[in-house]
Design a protein around this ligand. Structure first.
Ligand code: FO1
Length: 322
């Protein structure tokens, strides 16, 4: 019988892990539960960055350098959008030129938006997109309802503001201090994937930002309880290596929100829901400190610089709680 794996996923790190896992086990047994707190309207289209990063990476179609969007991309539509930025009225979000939608990538956002307008759920249309890319793992959004990750920042002019995740991450290049993070709509949203958590042989928390990628999924009703109920077979991979994030602001954000930017800080966040933490070789001297937080600790190569490393990491990860 095919073993079942449920992977709690954010963007780039999760997507690379899923590509490795799909190469290591029968992909039809994998369900990726993906963060949608980064989603939003851009130029009239509903954009779901983490869902697309997972789909494109597992397909091998991602732009490997950027980590988002499609390879072999062109930007003619974005260049043309720029014309209208000059006439956009004050306060309008039309003619957005800071969030780049490539010409090929646009097809996905057009399809998603058209299907949402026809009344399809995000879960149903995400499965249609998966089928169009010939993938056999399941990719499910964390919920169908819109949940928005909002970030309280100290802006460049010194003012405190609450902005959407992409206004923080892309528009301000995450170069501003964060004071708090909120998941708007999370308490009313329904995580339809809880049965997948209960039925899986193993649940993996991917190497994603614990606050803004895994955090929105954990904020949904019943998710932490479902993970804690089967904690022995839940394993996480630390996205923090030698005190730093490979990509993005996870290290700074952890410190700004009162956590430690280290594998020990990650262990403290995950210990209630997860029995085992996979850490990188560079952190091998922290094993005892991770274990002091109540987690088993496994050391591995976690920088997924090639599909082979990702496959080996996937095998180590699932083997750690087998
Ligand atoms: N990230 C950027 O830094 N700049 C962009 O212009 C940008 C556009 C974009 C378009 C589609 C998509 O699926 C992702 C995109 N990203 C971009 C990445 C994305 O915003 C973030 O990496 C994730 O939201 C964080 O996981």
């Amino acid at each position: 019988m095919t073993s079942k794996y449920t992977v709690i996923a954010g963007g780039v790190g999760a997507a690379r892990f899923l590509r490795g896992l799909a190469a290591a086990v029968d992909p039809s047994g994998i369900t990726a539960v993906v963060n949608t707190g980064d989603d939003g309207w851009i130029n009239g289209l509903w954009v779901s960055p983490d869902l697309d990063t997972v789909t494109y990476t597992v397909s091998g179609a991602i732009d490997g350098e950027r980590g988002w969007g499609l390879g072999d991309e062109s930007w003619r539509v974005m260049e043309s959008v720029g014309r209208y930025a000059t006439v956009r009225p004050e306060g309008s979000s039309a003619a957005n030129t800071w969030f780049n939608l490539g010409d090929r990538d646009l097809a996905t956002h057009l399809y998603r938006t058209a299907r949402l307008r026809e009344g399809a759920s995000l879960t149903a249309l995400t499965d249609e997109i998966r089928r169009a890319w010939n993938l056999s793992l399941r990719i499910v959004p964390m919920c169908d309802e819109p949940v928005a990750t909002l970030v309280d920042i100290v802006d460049t002019d010194g003012s405190q503001r609450r902005v959407s995740f992409q206004e923080y991450f892309v528009q301000r290049r995450h170069a501003v201090p964060v004071r708090a993070v909120h998941f708007d709509g999370a308490t009313e949203a329904v995580p339809a994937f809880l049965a997948e958590v209960a039925a899986a042989d193993c649940v993996v928390i991917a190497p994603s930002n614990p606050i803004v990628s895994i955090g929105p999924i954990r904020a949904l009703a019943g998710v932490d309880a479902a993970l804690a109920a089967r904690r022995d077979s839940v394993v996480a991979i630390s996205p923090i290596i030698a005190g730093a994030a490979l990509k993005g602001p996870a290290d700074r954000m952890l410190v700004e929100l009162g956590h430690e930017a280290s594998v020990v800080g990650v262990a403290r966040l995950y210990a209630p829901i997860c029995s085992t933490l996979v850490i990188d070789r560079r952190d091998a001297d922290s094993v005892a400190r991770v274990e002091a937080e109540g987690m088993r600790c496994v050391v591995a190569d976690t920088i997924m610089s090639s599909p082979d490393v990702a496959r080996a990491l996937a095998l180590t990860t699932i083997g750690a709680v087998a």
